[in-house]
Write a protein that binds this ligand. Structure first.
Ligand code: FDA
Length: 305
């Protein structure tokens, strides 16, 4: 099922059917803040008021036109402006997919656009994290990260524990001031580069987590998995890390009670909040993660037909 949904997430024919199903929008609402900057800001305000922090993602990926990459960059600039104007920038950063700002067209275009977003984030007083996409982009994303960090050392990296290379990447990235989000990974990857069994992905996550927590950087523990969250809490307690030297991260709409519990226990918790019209790829990856979400979607479809 996971493989089929991840394949479908890249098929134009399936995309048309899912996007046009009237029920999709209702189900999508659970995972996406809305279409506009106003929706994104309103959701951020609510989350911040309940003690959480936020990373905002302007939805879109696999951009194949320069004009589209430019439009996405402009959307981020407008968002950062608004976050500063409503004084949310201290609690809300942005997450950027390099493919949405032109990396697939030309790496230097992606770099230039990402640099513009970083400059605006610096003015607003917040940070940027570069989302990680499929394994064919890992090297170029890490190269872009290194170049951006030359000017903006706070730019965050993402590593995926399903990739066999990630332990080595964690060792290289666990340096002073380095913000690193550790997640399991959300794409369909071949055996040659990625663990296929859930248990192997989880064990890799634990090894990577131990490296990041023992290092000098700022680990960002991105998972909803109760066993991994508990392991991270234990590592934090054991290492004596200060409360401002790491954070937990979860996706908007997933385990909100756990997000509040962690924040109540004194941890920084950041909620990843996607917004915008281009929700298809993101939505399909969320369905792929959990059979119950597919059942929920199908039940909603049936009740409408
Ligand atoms: P896992 O999928 O095993 O889920 C554990 C438990 O969490 C489930 O049993 C369920 O209770 C709950 N859960 C998980 N997913 C759910 C869902 N969709 N709906 C409802 N409940 C769910 N990936 C990537 O490749 N590049 C990236 O840049 C990012 N960025 C990122 C940021 C943040 C803040 C998070 C939390 C995640 C990402 N991811 C990502 C996605 C990540 O790689 C992974 O696909 C998901 O987090 C699901 O993995 P879990 O660790 O939650 O475990």
């Amino acid at each position: 099922m996971r493989a089929a949904l991840l394949t479908a997430s890249r098929r134009k024919s399936v995309r048309r059917v899912v996007e046009r199903a009237p029920v999709s929008r209702n189900v999508v609402k659970r995972f996406v803040a809305g279409a506009s900057v106003d929706d994104a800001v309103a959701t951020t305000e609510q989350l911040v008021a309940s003690g959480l922090t936020v990373s905002l993602d302007h939805l879109g990926e696999d951009t194949t036109e320069i004009a589209h990459a430019k439009a996405t960059t402009s959307a981020y600039l407008a968002l950062l402006d608004r976050l500063a104007a409503v004084r949310l920038a201290a609690k809300a950063e942005v997450s950027v997919k390099l493919s949405a700002v032109g990396q697939a067209l030309d790496r230097s275009l992606g770099l230039d656009n990402a640099r513009e977003i970083c400059a605006a984030a610096a003015v607003a007083g917040t940070t940027v994290t570069l989302d990680m996409e499929d394994h064919t982009t890992t090297d170029s994303t890490l190269e872009t990260l290194a170049e951006l960090r030359g000017d903006y050392p706070w730019v965050g990296a993402v590593v995926q524990s399903y990739l066999r290379r990630t332990e080595a990447d964690c060792r290289a990235l666990a340096t002073a001031g380095s913000r690193v989000r550790l997640c399991k990974g959300a794409y369909k990857e071949p055996e040659s580069v990625a663990y296929q069994r859930g248990q192997d992905v989880d064990e890799s996550y634990l090894r990577c987590l131990a490296i990041l927590m023992a290092g000098r950087g700022y680990p960002m523990v991105a998972s909803h998995d109760p066993a991994l969250v508990e392991a991270a809490e234990r590592l934090v307690a054991g290492s004596g890390r200060a409360a401002d030297s790491y954070e937990f991260q979860m996706l908007y709409g997933i385990r909100p009670d756990e997000q509040r519990r962690l924040a109540g226990a004194g941890h920084t918790v950041r909620v990843y909040v996607p917004y915008g019209d281009d929700w298809y790829g993101y939505f399909m990856r969320r369905l792929a993660e959990r059979p119950a979400n597919v059942k929920f979607f199908l039940r909603a479809l049936r009740s409408r037909s």
